[in-house]
Design a protein around this ligand. Structure first.
Ligand code: FAD
Length: 323
């Protein structure tokens, strides 16, 4: 018997496709609820809604309107709150993306209910859901129960697997209007280039460089390896502070929490604030000249050596395999 009758999952879209965490959240929802109702909001998102239905949601409510072409906190939170009131789910799961972290507390506040953030695991205890959340940059995990109904939770990208062998659910189109006076702030411009070139949270391969890369010129090796592997460039805070790469590449507690299949750390010591952002990676390879560097405690493969000697060899060998 599932703990809850209905869990609602808000599935964000990017470039008219459901984002990875949106589909991942369907599996814990299905595990703990008889029915999973997904919600897709946007403009031109009918195909995305179908993909969510194919990924295992029992029902997908698709709010497709020109009004929701651009993300707007006031509008999206109002629509989602309205749907929660209509559908009465016991819990609402929202992906821990930049927008998700924006919407979740707003929806919880509108409903006057509790919200768990950055959930890494969802389990059942005495017929209730318990959310496991990180504290102090992931050094401590706490189990959270939310006394209110519904419960709102943001789930971390990469913490859950997509539903295996899903059966296709139905898509229901719904119109939800938001009164003009609800919109307090509007986006006047969005810079597409940044969003398109860097998607650390969804990347399957990330090659990151730290202070051990030594200079902006040397950092080019990190970029070259990332390119060859079809991956994305990440960095530690010092590499950013030294101006080798821009802030959007930062991985860690005050950067992006990532969950690639492969994470390659080059000249990175493994400070807690960095490591807490990479713990959900499938496989970690670390290159560091100091054999006692803490990064080796979390790495699956550790290479003790000078990045300026190891990286060119890696790049050459990978090129040979690819040619
Ligand atoms: P270092 O710690 O200086 O390590 C460099 C490593 O490179 C060393 O282990 C060294 O042995 C190795 N090395 C040097 N030369 C070579 C070489 N030629 N070949 C191979 N290895 C070499 N940091 C983040 O990354 N992300 C965050 O989000 C973040 N948030 C923070 C938030 C707060 C509130 C605070 C206080 C700190 C935060 N930090 C963050 C900073 C963090 O504490 C560390 O200072 C940082 O992660 C260290 O970066 P690093 O590993 O590049 O540098």
């Amino acid at each position: 018997m599932a703990e809850y009758k209905n869990i609602m999952v808000y599935v964000e879209t990017a470039e008219e496709n459901p984002v990875k965490v949106g589909l991942e959240m369907l599996s814990p929802a299905k595990e703990h609820a008889e029915k999973v109702t997904a919600v897709v909001i946007g403009s031109g998102v009918a195909d995305a809604a179908k993909k969510v239905a194919e990924a295992g949601a029992d029902q997908v409510i698709c709010v497709d309107s020109e009004d929701y072409k651009e993300y707007n906190l006031d509008a999206y939170a109002t629509v989602l709150t309205q749907l929660v009131k209509d559908e009465n789910p016991e819990a609402v799961f929202i992906g821990g993306t930049q927008d998700g972290k924006d919407i979740a507390p707003a929806v919880a506040a509108k409903l006057g209910v509790g919200c768990a953030s950055d959930v890494l695991a969802v389990k059942a205890e005495d017929g209730e859901i318990v959310y496991t959340c990180p504290l102090y940059g992931g050094t401590v995990l706490e189990d959270v129960k939310i006394a209110s109904t519904p419960q709102v939770a943001t789930l971390r990208s990469g913490a859950f697997q997509k539903v295996e062998n899903p059966s296709e659910g139905e898509v229901v189109a719904k119109e939800v209007k938001v009164p003009e006076d609800v919109i307090k702030a509007k986006i006047t411009e969005s810079v597409k280039e940044i969003a398109e070139t860097i998607n650390l949270e969804e990347a399957e391969v990330i090659v990151s460089g730290g202070r051990g890369m030594g200079s902006k010129e040397n950092f080019a090796l990190v970029e070259e390896l990332a390119n060859i592997l079809g991956g994305v460039v990440g960095a530690t805070r010092p590499a950013i502070e030294d101006g080798w790469v821009s802030k959007i590449h930062q991985v860690g507690q005050s950067g992006k929490i990532v969950a690639p299949k492969l994470y390659i750390a080059c000249g990175i010591s493994g400070a807690t604030q960095h490591v807490s952002g990479i713990m959900n990676s499938g496989y970690i390879v670390a290159i560091n000249k100091d054999e006692d560097a803490p990064i080796f405690d979390v790495a699956n493969v550790g290479i003790v050596g000078d990045v300026m000697k190891v990286l060119p060899v890696m790049i050459e060998e990978i090129k040979k395999i690819k040619d």
